[in-house]
Design a protein around this ligand. Structure first.
Ligand SMILES: NC(=O)c1ccc[n+]([C@@H]2O[C@H](COP(=O)([O-])OP(=O)(O)OC[C@H]3O[C@@H](n4cnc5c(N)ncnc54)[C@H](OP(=O)(O)O)[C@@H]3O)[C@@H](O)[C@H]2O)c1
Length: 317
């Protein structure tokens, strides 16, 4: 009988507090399936919650130990009663337990089958773990902004986990996309079909105007400074929750429509994103895959805030 290694925190703080916990395999309840996890993505929210920051940390502070991880791919190895959506050995992708339960940093996990999408045959387990949270954030931010063909869209952080997907969707929607990144990522972001802007170039904002939509994936002063690129009445979707109220307030003071957001898991949208990948219409960049034993290094990498695309944990022994 295999045992289950889970990565947990017993208290909030530095990455070194991530610990390993062994347990027996969980048993799926009614409407759940037991998944053998192949890959789990590491998202900034995992890192912030581990550090004790933000909404999920506030709501989990009396619920420790807590296992991070909202994005998983893997195979169904057991069905709970009444569970009919999947067959044994089906490979699935899930945006699970958001925002409180999480738990994807596990080798085995029971998940309500409603949180899982069947993987198309021709996509990799790596891509299926990378897409759920970042892909749905990108899609929902652009939906919220109601982007229209020919509009000028400025995306702050076009090379990141959310940004590289948002850039591709906005380009496919026939908008004129500008995206900020460091000089190391200029060629990569241009290759996604955007016009890349090096955010380290002093005063870059002075060279871009009449922007219709700002998708802010950085927050704080970076977002406030980018407001000077907008035309009157522009829409601003600011995604980092910690600074969203100040960015929205400044945006409305300047006559723009400022909107914060919290991504909502949506299984139909996840299935659509998986099919876009399968059809070759969306390319997922995975910068690095860490063995789960190196979770501390994976968290440090995401914490630095310069990943190109996604960072994954390989949860297989
Ligand atoms: N509200 C929600 O529901 C929600 C959902 C998902 C994510 N988020 C938040 O959205 C933000 C983005 O998430 P993510 O997963 O895309 O993060 P990420 O993958 O960690 O972002 C890393 C990227 O940020 C870029 N970057 C760093 N500083 C920058 C700057 N000053 N200007 C432009 N780009 C910069 C880096 O590019 P270089 O290496 O080129 O510097 C890197 O490619 C995070 O704050 C996250 O917590 C919120």
């Amino acid at each position: 009988m295999p045992s289950n290694t889970q990565i947990i925190i017993n208290q909030f703080g530095a990455a070194e507090l991530l610990a390993f916990q062994e347990s027996e395999l969980p048993q799926p309840q009614a409407g759940e399936v037991l998944i053998k996890v192949a890959f789990a993505a590491v998202n900034p929210i995992d890192v912030k919650t581990r550090a004790g920051l933000g909404w999920a940390a506030q709501h989990n502070k009396n619920n420790l130990p807590w296992s991070p991880g909202y994005d998983v791919s893997g195979s169904v190895i057991k069905q709970g009663s009444g569970s009919q959506k999947f067959n044994l050995n089906d490979t699935v992708s899930g945006f699970i337990g958001f925002p409180l339960r999480a738990g994807g940093y596990s080798q085995y996990i029971c998940v309500p089958e409603t949180e899982l999408a069947l993987m198309p045959e021709d996509i990799s387990l790596e891509c299926a773990a990378a897409i759920p949270l970042a892909g749905q954030t990108a899609a929902q931010a652009l939906e919220k902004a109601k982007i229209q063909p020919k509009e000028k869209v400025l995306i702050l952080a076009g090379a990141g986990g959310v940004g590289h997907i948002a850039t591709q969707i906005a380009v496919a929607a026939k908008t004129e996309v500008y995206a900020t990144c460091s000089s190391d990522n200029i060629d990569y972001v241009n290759g996604l079909g955007a016009t890349a802007i090096d955010y380290n170039l002093q005063g870059w904002q002075g060279n871009l105007n009449d922007v219709d939509v700002l998708i802010d994936l950085v927050g704080g002063d970076n977002a406030l400074n980018a407001l000077s690129c907008l035309r009157p009445g522009s829409r601003v979707v600011t995604v980092p929750t910690i600074t969203s109220s100040i960015v929205c307030a400044k945006a409305s003071e300047l006559g723009f429509i400022g909107m914060g957001m919290l991504v909502e898991p949506n299984i139909t949208q996840l299935e659509e994103l998986l099919h876009l990948i399968s059809a070759g219409m969306l390319k997922i960049k995975i910068e690095q895959i860490f063995p789960y034993q190196d979770v501390v290094a994976a968290h440090r990498k995401v914490e630095k805030g310069h990943a190109r695309g996604k960072i994954l944990l390989n949860m297989q022994s």
